[in-house]
Design a protein around this ligand. Structure first.
Ligand code: HEM
Length: 139
């Protein structure tokens, strides 16, 4: 599958001549820390926790680590479901999507990622809204 967000981040990096965001934030250890912190926040949030009640969190975290790593320009490929497939039928709203991005930003911040990098990541995730939110109008 094509990872839109990964392509955009990679393109941004190539144009700017910068190291990948993946490298800048500290590679796979940093991604694992961010993903753990992210799901701690998500399942603590009454707006979101219901979605994850019957989900195998260890498996989900593993997929999310590889998705985030690939999206940030890391070396390995993401081999999980497409964003359409992963979220089909869940009925996720635009508000819930924004809340998930908010928790991801919070997790990145608490792991020491700078505000500018967080802005780039959040901006790169915005186009996924259409795939995650089924009835979403393009953001
Ligand atoms: C930027 C936004 C998002 C990204 C990048 C993302 C990414 C992912 C990834 C990589 C998976 C694993 C796919 C697989 O198993 O192969 C997944 C699954 C899942 N996501 Fe998301 N997600 C996003 C937003 C959301 C939102 C807003 C919700 C709910 C409010 C949500 C709920 C879920 C659930 C419940 C699963 C597990 C589905 C299952 O195993 O049956 N996600 N997501």
């Amino acid at each position: 599958m094509a990872i839109v967000v990964g392509n955009e981040v990679t393109q941004m990096r190539e144009e700017s001549g910068m190291a990948s965001i993946f490298d800048r934030i500290g590679g796979s250890d940093a991604v694992a820390a961010v993903v753990n912190e992210f799901y701690t926040r998500v399942v603590a949030d009454p707006m979101l926790r219901g979605y994850f009640a019957d989900v195998d969190m260890a498996k989900l975290k593993a997929h999310q680590r590889s998705f985030v790593a690939a999206a940030l320009g890391g070396p390995q490929e993401y081999r999980g479901k497409s964003m359409d497939e992963a979220h089909a039928g869940l009925g996720i709203t635009a508000e819930e999507f924004d809340q998930v991005v908010f928790h991801l930003a919070g997790a990145l911040e608490s792991c020491g990622v700078d505000a500018e990098t967080i802005g780039s990541i959040a901006g790169a995730l915005a186009p996924l809204k259409e795939q995650v939110v089924q009835s979403a109008v393009a953001a």
